[in-house]
Write a protein that binds this ligand. Structure first.
Ligand SMILES: Cc1cc2nc3c(=O)[nH]c(=O)nc-3n(C[C@H](O)[C@H](O)[C@H](O)COP(=O)(O)OP(=O)(O)OC[C@H]3O[C@@H](n4cnc5c(N)ncnc54)[C@H](O)[C@@H]3O)c2cc1C
Ligand SMILES: NC(=O)c1ccc[n+]([C@@H]2O[C@H](COP(=O)([O-])OP(=O)(O)OC[C@H]3O[C@@H](n4cnc5c(N)ncnc54)[C@H](O)[C@@H]3O)[C@@H](O)[C@H]2O)c1
Length: 442
């Protein structure tokens, strides 16, 4: 029987990053993966999505300047775009696996389940380890409704060779908004269906309203307060209905109503690892209720967003923790972005908190549309709200809606984490004219 110091279950960004860091400490490490090596982000998540978005960004930047130096609006060819996307995804799994093998990290292909706290079953093999790290991520959630077998997932969306003429997305979260922006720019008639009137509830409502307005201008239909209860397949189309008068016929339906932690097929209850609705329960050392078993990334139940760099941060933390560290994990502020054209990004203290504490915080509302950076590209919307702490004159939070929101939010993240004051920011010299040289106006 093979015995290891640490076995990592799941070869996503979190598990892979940890494996290399532990190997660099001379630990005897194995990684188990049941599906594609590299995990969600590079195979069926962030990266293929952002390749599709490249065409959307190029199209929109072109179209903003029609009549201002550009002759005509451009069109996306979905088939070509998808072929380009596949050049990014096709080698990820073999090369991720090969990278581990070349670094003398043992790899196992198969589904892992625990026999006890020191033994793992992988199909018909059993391996032993002093410690385990569960890094099994999440999978697309399903909807228990009539005709649920007709619902496609985000994984299906990111590999479809042809773009359906009409698409429904059920669930107004990150994935629903991003796919709506991509599919509508590529020419599909898109319906985003949400069960209440507050999609993207973790984002500030003014920012969400601006984003919705822009997507509506591009033809996206928002069907709010609709609880879809059935999907019928008829005449090559799918009819979505609720228990009232809502009926919609489309060519394809995708469920984008949340993701489900991969914690339910590892035999965790049997060995005493606790889970809740959000995933595996860990303490502030990322340790489960079983002392030699840790967990990281999307599979854990946490208040922090489930994102690739957060899994990476937790992997870095665990590489120290499993090497004798004993500090609790201390997360920096984490930026979140809804990609599209425009993008919606936020970081730090929420607008809601700032509004509830006016003695502590100032909120500046900025309409940036006429700033040189945005006028130059003739961008129809560029706005932000920035929160300053009165006592220190420091930026502590904010959100941005614009095509450059991701760049600006990363600057804000650094400014907040490094506790820079407005004087610190304006004392730097930045390349001009750029989003960085705009920082002095915040
Ligand atoms: C459509 C989409 C777009 C996204 N876009 C972004 C983005 O723009 N930016 C961002 O930061 N994040 C984005 N995310 C989220 C990001 O992909 C995840 O946060 C990240 O992949 C989590 O990494 P992880 O290592 O925790 O888990 P994962 O990447 O999910 O990896 C877990 C791995 O464990 C394997 N596994 C599961 N169970 C077992 C088992 N029992 N035995 C063996 N192996 C097992 C799985 O097959 C998988 O490969 C997106 C996600 C999706 C779905
Ligand atoms: N840009 C990024 O960083 C990015 C992009 C995509 C995904 N992700 C990650 O993946 C996770 C999952 O994304 P997601 O969009 O699937 O989930 P989500 O949790 O962000 O959003 C799901 C939405 O669907 C709604 N919903 C639930 N049930 C519904 C129903 N029956 N009908 C209509 N609406 C319903 C929920 O209220 C919620 O607003 C995100 O939380 C994030 O961690 C990140």
């Amino acid at each position: 029987m093979n015995e290891f110091d640490v076995v990592i279950i799941g070869a996503g960004p979190g598990g892979l990053s940890l494996a290399y860091q532990l190997k660099a400490q001379d630990k005897n490490v194995a990684v188990v993966e049941e599906n594609l090596w590299g995990g969600t982000c590079p195979n069926r998540g962030c990266d293929p999505k952002k390749v599709l978005l490249a065409a959307v960004e190029a199209k929109q930047h072109n179209d903003y300047l029609v009549g201002k130096g550009i002759k005509q609006a451009s069109m996306i060819n979905w088939t070509d775009l998808m072929q380009f996307e596949k050049t990014f995804t096709k080698d990820v799994s073999p090369s991720s696996r090969e990278g581990l093998v070349n670094s003398n990290i043992t790899v196992y292909d198969g589904h892992a389940t625990f026999i006890d706290k020191h033994q793992l079953q992988i199909d018909d093999q059993i391996i032993k380890s002093k410690q385990f790290v569960i890094a099994t991520g999440q999978r697309p959630g399903r909807l228990s409704i009539k005709g649920q077998e007709h619902l496609k997932t985000s994984t299906d969306f990111l590999k479809m060779d042809e773009l359906p003429k009409s698409i429904a997305l059920i669930g107004g979260g990150y994935i629903g908004f991003e796919f709506a922006a991509i599919a509508s720019a590529a020419g599909a008639d898109v319906h985003l269906i949400h069960h209440n009137d507050r999609p993207l509830k973790e984002f500030p409502s003014d920012g969400v309203q601006s984003l919705i307005k822009q997507l509506q201008k591009k033809g996206v239909h928002f069907d709010l307060n609709i609880d879809v209860t059935s999907v019928d397949h008829r005449d090559k189309q799918f009819r979505l209905s609720d228990d009232g008068n809502f009926n919609l016929d489309v060519d394809a339906v995708f469920v984008t109503a949340g993701r489900q932690a991969n914690d339910d097929t590892l035999n965790l209850n049997h060995i005493g690892v606790k889970t809740d609705r959000g995933g595996i329960v860990v303490n502030d050392h990322l340790q489960t209720d079983v002392e030699n078993i840790y967990a990281l990334g999307d599979v854990i139940s946490k208040k922090h967003p489930k994102l690739t760099p957060v899994s990476g941060f937790e992997a870095k933390y665990l590489s120290k923790e499993l090497n004798g560290g004993d500090e609790p994990i201390d997360y920096p502020v984490i930026p979140t972005v809804i990609y599209g054209m425009p993008k919606l990004a936020q970081v730090g203290i929420s607008i809601e908190t700032a509004e509830q504490n006016p003695e502590q915080f100032n909120i500046s509302k900025l309409d940036m549309k006429n700033w040189f950076s945005y006028r130059r590209i003739n961008e129809p919307v560029a706005e932000a709200e920035i929160i300053h702490e009165k006592s220190t004159n420091r930026i502590v939070g904010g959100y941005v809606v614009s095509s450059e929101a991701d760049t600006l939010i990363n600057y804000l993240t650094m400014i907040i984490n490094k506790q820079m004051t407005m004087d610190d920011i304006t004392n730097e010299v930045y390349a001009y004219p750029t989003e960085a040289s705009d920082l002095e106006y915040l």
